[in-house]
Design a protein around this ligand. Structure first.
Ligand SMILES: [Zn+2]
Length: 212
């Protein structure tokens, strides 16, 4: 089965990707994994991506597309796969469809739906110890004493990236970027939405249901 997982940052799709892949006996990969892998192996694509990142520019679609296509071409991925976080743009979606056109295309695209306020709460709860750098979370792993590290007692702080306004802005960018991709897969009839605001095991069940 060829499965695509889509959803905003904080929707939990990464956690589910490896589980679903294991169940289906296929491999999973995220776009972030592919970037890290190409950079660490210093591939031609990795070098190209780096040259844009060094200039503070976005890595163009065709670089990302090539990284994913190379991965799909590897023999161990020919029976199926789970891809997390790709495609993110319409050009990427079209390239993927074209690539898979002679093997029946994508089987399922699953969108992880979570209300924006829940996402902001999940993503902006992270606090880091200013001394030992250990992470805490206001909701999921709060320190015993407010704003104090459980390990060394030093003050916790919030990274700029984790502040609510920054998080909200990142979510809006995601929605704007992926709306055309969602429309595209909706038209093809492959898109399923699941309520990803629930707990990990409930989401897992919902995911199994739509992949059946
Ligand atoms: Zn500490």
């Amino acid at each position: 089965m060829k499965i695509i997982l889509m959803g905003p940052p904080g929707s939990g799709k990464g956690t589910q990707a490896s589980h679903i892949a294991e169940m289906a006996g296929v491999y999973s990969v995220s776009s972030g994994d592919l970037f890290r892998d190409n950079l660490s192996r210093n591939t031609e694509l990795g070098q190209l991506a780096q040259s844009f990142m060094e200039k503070g520019e976005y890595v163009p679609d065709d670089v990302t597309i090539d990284m994913v296509m190379n991965w799909i071409e590897e023999p161990q991925h020919s029976d199926g796969f789970v891809i997390d976080g790709f495609p993110r743009t319409l050009a990427q979606a079209e390239a993927l469809d074209e690539k898979l056109s002679n093997t029946g295309g994508v089987d399922r695209v699953v969108f992880f739906d979570v209300p924006e306020d829940d996402l902001v709460q999940r993503l902006s709860g992270r606090m880091i110890c200013s001394s030992c750098q250990r992470p805490f979370h206001k909701m999921f792993s709060p320190p015993q004493r407010e704003n104090c590290c459980d390990y060394c007692g030093e003050a916790l702080y919030q990274r700029e990236d984790d502040k609510p306004d920054v998080v909200r802005n990142r979510l809006h960018v995601y929605i704007r970027e992926t709306e055309p991709v969602i429309d595209y897969f909706e038209k093809s009839g492959n898109l399923r939405r699941i309520d990803a605001s629930l707990g990990i095991s409930e989401v897992r069940e919902a995911l199994k249901e739509v992949l059946r």
